[in-house]
Design a protein around this ligand. Sequence first.
Ligand SMILES: Cc1cc2nc3c(=O)[nH]c(=O)nc-3n(C[C@H](O)[C@H](O)[C@H](O)COP(=O)(O)OP(=O)(O)OC[C@H]3O[C@@H](n4cnc5c(N)ncnc54)[C@H](O)[C@@H]3O)c2cc1C
Length: 390
Amino acid sequence: MSKQQTDDAVGLPPAPANPTTLPSFGGLSIDFSSDTSVAAPYAPAPLPDLAIDFGGPAVAAAPGGPGFVSASEGRTETKLLIVGSGPAGLTAAIYAARANLEPIVLAGSTPGGQLMLTSDVENYPGFPDGIQGPDLMALFRAQAERFGTHIVDVDIDRVDLSSRPFRIWARGVEYKAQAVIVATGASAMWLGLDSETRLRGRGVSACATCDGFFFRDKEIAVVGGGDTAFEEASYLTRFASKVHMLHRRDEFRASRIMVERARQNPKIEIHTNTEVEEVLGEERVTGLRLVDTETGVERQMAADGLFIAIGHQPNTEAFREWLELDAKGYLVVRDKTNSEIEGVFIAGDVHDHRYRQAVTAAGDGCMAAIDAERWLESQGITEANTLTAW
Ligand SMILES: Cc1cc2nc3c(=O)[nH]c(=O)nc-3n(C[C@H](O)[C@H](O)[C@H](O)COP(=O)(O)OP(=O)(O)OC[C@H]3O[C@@H](n4cnc5c(N)ncnc54)[C@H](O)[C@@H]3O)c2cc1C
């Protein structure tokens, strides 16, 4: 169905005469020509058509995202500041902006978050044919901006949560906010090979739950030696014809029972003292160049996919001094989205190492925005709004 047909079908207003082109999103070109700037409260404007030119690798070449936008312009004071622009942060922004909180999002050096590092997303509801990760996040961003969210693609480096307004610094600019949502996610750890980066989303992944389905009857490899690596390998045997577990040492951190279970699984073959030197393939993964860590002998292995399962790094650096961390370094939430500091809320993978999915992170962002709005009301910072149209 064409855009025009879609609009007609739901009786939306015609596109404005003067289309506006907003700054690009992490290197993606977004055409807002059919959008109205900030939506009128009574009738939602249509979502923009997206013109996305990957012009090379299917996904962002490196964490850090393709492009930065200067932090020096625009608003620096707000009722609600959101740190992070993955599914959690941008969903929080959509809800907060529609509740007239005029949020600022400090998007970080991976604008759009972890889904910018993958290609096909087939489990996010509403997209029966699947959608590319960067396209999905461009839609999130367009929806947040449409309601007046101010987004700055910058990492924060320091915070002071000792009193309100809370103060947050990013590249020398100070932001002040009555409430804060921390949605900085947890970055998957990678091996750091150029070939691995180049083939991310083209056979290289860090999420078995997300991408295992694409490897039906294929031969794949999993790197890692902890419980997560064994869990992922076992999960992947549902799809793959063969799963090679590659571990650079001859002992595993994983529990003995997990290792034993894997040894007994006819689909899993364990290779110890084995390190990946290069991921082979032009358009997609076709194999691996491996090295024996004891003898130095190299060999090649045919493989259609490579899953990296060596852990995640929660992005909590700036908050460590202020907020409680659990044993794995994730933020601790109390009663859904609250932190131990009133007015500071937490959403998404930065606290959740159980589900780690875009839809759960988005749900968390929604809850954090609602909690923040109610808290701001309770403090008399915003007027009680019984008509808030969530
Ligand atoms: C390879 C791969 C494939 C995946 N595929 C799927 C899939 O198919 N389906 C699915 O549901 N899930 C998938 N996931 C998981 C999904 O991406 C995450 O669960 C989800 O993105 C978490 O959302 P989040 O908003 O909590 O954090 P993230 O998406 O990690 O976003 C964190 C945000 O915080 C920002 N940030 C970090 N530090 C700072 C700082 N100091 N200052 C300011 N900002 C900061 C970052 O720039 C980023 O914008 C995949 C993950 C990976 C790694």
